[in-house]
Structures are given as structure tokens and as C-alpha cells.
Design a protein around this ligand. Structure first.
Ligand code: 5AD
Ligand code: SF4
Length: 432
């Protein structure tokens, strides 16, 4: 039996899809890239913006015909939109077999067991070990360390669909990191909705926070690189910055969502920090890790955003000198406080989106030039292509055949005009 997974939304959803895949594979169901070869299709949905939700709904709609081709095909819908609209999607799409909302991911194995045993089949489910990453040649993978979000940003649906924060025990996290390393993973991304608010009993019952967790993961043999998403500016404490700077495996790259450069908007969004605090963090990060790659999320067209507020977001982009950023058009989400605020006309949001995107791209192009002529440590993920420690994709010209997946090489950057850097082999690194 084969399964096919379609994932929408953020890395949290990608990690959840990986986890659900592992459960299916443990039951002898194998992955396929071709939905027509599959007898189970899993659609892992997102609801953070209306557009993301609609894409998932269209996919589910299209699966009606897929399912009609063979009656015992199964459709499983999971994730955040599934959590938000459980009843209505079951009514709207009666061809769905199972809905597992984001808050119920822990019960996925039991629910999938129920679904599979309903199948009129004599197939026996051989238990397999989770070697999927090594087989697929992935050198980078996610490890979920916490779920949920205790903030109440006024635009955000996530706290409603993913619930309050809960943290995995540190020993369990370290075990999973070791497991991934055994499978060939070298680059570990710690995941959580507000990942750096992590706190939990650590080793020998001692309390630990995110800084302590970075140190512990950094101590696992075979972990070459550690990243984390998404941090909240309020929890970027001095000790987290210090751990980033001192634990050798922690990479010099940070995606730190700012959302707006205007204090008035940050207050309306209930973000809990000011523009000044955010820019101070940028200074501290640059002082601790010169050359750090910084990126962000920005929402344009939030209700009440004036020209002046918007210009403050643009000036923050110039001041912070981000390498790249995701720019989102504000999308009202039913049930959130901001959904009751008066919205801007669509055209104004479109225009601000275009202006902000153009600026972020311009600043990014300028920022990338600082790498030209430098030697970067590159972890090769596929033939001739790898990632720098700052998480830039880098293409190594002229040596594709000689470099193996999983190798760490030194590359001299020759061109940074595009988002994918170009470079030449500068010699094999010591840590292969
Ligand atoms: N509208 C637009 N963007 C949003 N985000 C979250 N909620 C909304 C919304 N209602 C963006 C934020 C967040 C990213 C994951 O999605 O920028 O950091
Ligand atoms: Fe991820 Fe948020 Fe979308 Fe859920 S709603 S998939 S947590 S971005």
C-alpha cells in the first residue's frame, strides 16, 4: 500500500507531515510521489491566511475524482484548516475519510490504525524502521520541540487552531536528534511556533530554557548545524544570543519575524515589543555573529496602517538590512480580534505589498554581495548544490560529479546576483 502527502503552510506543517509519514511507514505503507499510485492521500492544510486555506480546499475538491476511481482509496485531511473548519469540511467534502485537526496530531497513529483496519484486506502490516531520511538522501531535517502559542497577536489564528504552548521533554528531543543523525541528517532545525520560549525539565531534573537546549543539542555527536524557527523577538534573550554565538554548531542565520516597523501597529497587533527593541536585537546579533544572515516576516495593510506606519516598516527594512523576507498581505481570519477592525481596500494592500517586496528584494541583493570573494562552508544536499551556514542555497560550478551528498566543503563565492549563490570549490573541508 502507498501514500501520497500534500503539505500546505509553514515548516511546522512540513514537520507534522514527516511525523505522520513515519507513522504510516511504521505500518508498512510506503511513500509515492504519484497520487495515482497511492491508496491513501494525506492533505495537510494551513489556515494562516485565506489564500493558503483555499489552496488546500481546492486540492480536497479535486480528490473527489481521484477517490471515485477506486472505492477503497482513502483521503485524510489534517492540519490547521482541518482544526478550524472540521465540521464544515466534513459536510462540504463527504468523500473525506478522516479529519485530524492540528491539536489532535498526537492521536493520529490511533486514528490511522482505525482507518487502515477498516480496509477489507488481508495485507499484513510489517513494521519497518524509519530510515526514510537516509534513503531519500536528506541531510537536513526538522525536530519539533514545542507546539502551540501563548501569544495573542490580534491577526493570528494559530493560537486557536494549535492551542497553548506545550514543550517536549529535553531527553525526548535529544533522542530524536540522535535518531536523525543516525539516518544521515547533519543539519537540524528545531521547530516551534515560538520556538525560543522553550522551557522544560532538562538533564537530571534541572530546569532548562532555550539557550540550554541549544547547548545540549550542540553536544550531540554528528550534529554539524543547528537552526531554529520561528523565534519571537520577546524571547531573544542575551543568553540565547550567547548560546548562538558560542555553540559551534548553531548557525549564523536567524529568521526573526518583525511584522511591522511602526510601534503603533506593533501595539495594535499585540506583538509585545517595540521597533527600538527589535533593532537593538539586530545590533546585538550582528555584534555577536558578524556576517549573520537575517530574515523576517512582514504583514502589510494591517487595519489602521497609515502611510506613515507603512513608511516606518520600509525604513526598518533599510535599517535592519535583511537578507530576505516574507511579505504578507494582511488577511482577516474569522474569530481573531483584528477581523473586527476595519480593513483597507484590496488595491492599497496590493500596492504596499509590491512596494515592500521590491525594497526587500533590493536590500537583499545588496546584502548578498558581502559574500562575494568569501569562502563559505557548504553542506551538500544534492548534486552540486548545498547550503551555507547562513542557509543560502549555493551552486558549486564545475565539480558536480566529485562532491557527494552529505559532504561539507569550502566554497569560494563568485556570484551573488541571484538568491542562489554561485561558487567554486576551495578545497574539501576537514569535517566530512
Ligand atoms: N494575515 C497575513 N499574514 C499573517 N501571518 C500570520 N497571520 C496572518 C494574517 N492574518 C503571517 C505572519 C507570520 C507568518 C507565519 O504569517 O507574518 O509570521
Ligand atoms: Fe503553520 Fe500557522 Fe499555517 Fe498552521 S496556520 S500551517 S501553524 S502557518
Amino acid at each position: 500500500m502507498k501514500y501520497f502527502v500534500r503539505t500546505y503552510g509553514c515548516q511546522m506543517n512540513v514537520a507534522d507531515s514527516n511525523e505522520m509519514s513515519r507513522h504510516l511507514e511504521a505500518r508498512g505503507v510506503v511513500a509515492t510521489d504519484d497520487p495515482d499510485a497511492a491508496s491513501i492521500v494525506l492533505v495537510n492544510t494551513c489556515t494562516v491566511r485565506d489564500h493558503a486555506e483555499q489552496r488546500g480546499m481546492s486540492e480536497i475538491g479535486r480528490l473527489r475524482r481521484w477517490k471515485a476511481k477506486a472505492p477503497d482509496r482513502k483521503i485524510v485531511v489534517t492540519g490547521c484548516a482541518a482544526e478550524r473548519t472540521k465540521e464544515s469540511i466534513e459536510r462540504r467534502f463527504p468523500h473525506i475519510d478522516l479529519v485530524v485537526g492540528a491539536k489532535s496530531i498526537e492521536s493520529f497513529p490511533a486514528m490511522v490504525d482505525g482507518l487502515l483496519s477498516k480496509r477489507p484486506t488481508d495485507e499484513s502490516f510489517a513494521y519497518v524502521t524509519g530510515m526514510q531520511n537516509a534513503e531519500r538522501g536528506n541531510v537536513a531535517n526538522f525536530v519539533t520541540i514545542m507546539r502551540g502559542c501563548n501569544y495573542s497577536c490580534t491577526y493570528c489564528i494559530v493560537p486557536y487552531v494549535r492551542g497553548r504552548e506545550s514543550y517536549r521533554p529535553m531527553d525526548e528531543i535529544l533522542d530524536e536528534v540522535r535518531e536523525r543523525v543516525d539516518e544521515g541528517v547533519r543539519d537540524v532545525t528545531l521547530l516551534g511556533q515560538t520556538v525560543n520560549s522553550y522551557r522544560r525539565d532538562g538533564h537530571r531534573g534541572k530546569d532548562t530554557d532555550f539557550a540550554g537546549l541549544l547547548e545540549a543539542v550542540g553536544g550531540v555527536a554528528g550534529v554539524e548545524r543547528i537552526r531554529f524557527i520561528s523565534p519571537h523577538p520577546s524571547y531573544m534573550t542575551d543568553s540565547v544570543i550567547e548560546s548562538m554565538a558560542t555553540v559551534p554548531a548553531v548557525c549564523e542565520g536567524l529568521h526573526l519575524p518583525v511584522q511591522s516597523g511602526s510601534d503603533r501597529m506593533l501595539r495594535a497587533m499585540l506583538r509585545n515589543y517595540t521597533r527600538e527593541h527589535y533593532l537593538d536585537l539586530v545590533d546585538k546579533l550582528r555584534a555577536a555573529m558578524p556576517g549573520i544572515v537575517l530574515s523576517t516576516d512582514i504583514i502589510v495593510g494591517f487595519p489602521g496602517e497609515t502611510e506613515d506606519d507603512f513608511s516606518r516598516t520600509l525604513s526598518l527594512v533599510e535599517e535592519a538590512r535583511f537578507d530576505w523576507g516574507f511579505i504578507f498581505k494582511y488577511s482577516p481570519r474569522q474569530g481573531t480580534p483584528a477581523a473586527d477592525f476595519e480593513s483597507h481596500p484590496e488595491e492599497l494592500i496590493e500596492e504596499r505589498h509590491r512596494i515592500c517586496l521590491d525594497l526587500v528584494e533590493k536590500v537583499g541583493r545588496q546584502q548578498r554581495q558581502r559574500f562575494v570573494g568569501t569562502t563559505q562552508e557548504v553542506l551538500v544536499g544534492e548534486a552540486g548544490i548545498g547550503r551555507t551556514r547562513g542557509n543560502y542555497k549555493l551552486r558549486v560550478n564545475g565539480n558536480e560529479g566529485k562532491i557527494g551528498v552529505g559532504e561539507i566543503i569550502d566554497v569560494r563565492v563568485t556570484n551573488a546576483d541571484r538568491v542562489t549563490l554561485q561558487g567554486e570549490l576551495a578545497g574539501l573541508g576537514a569535517r566530512i
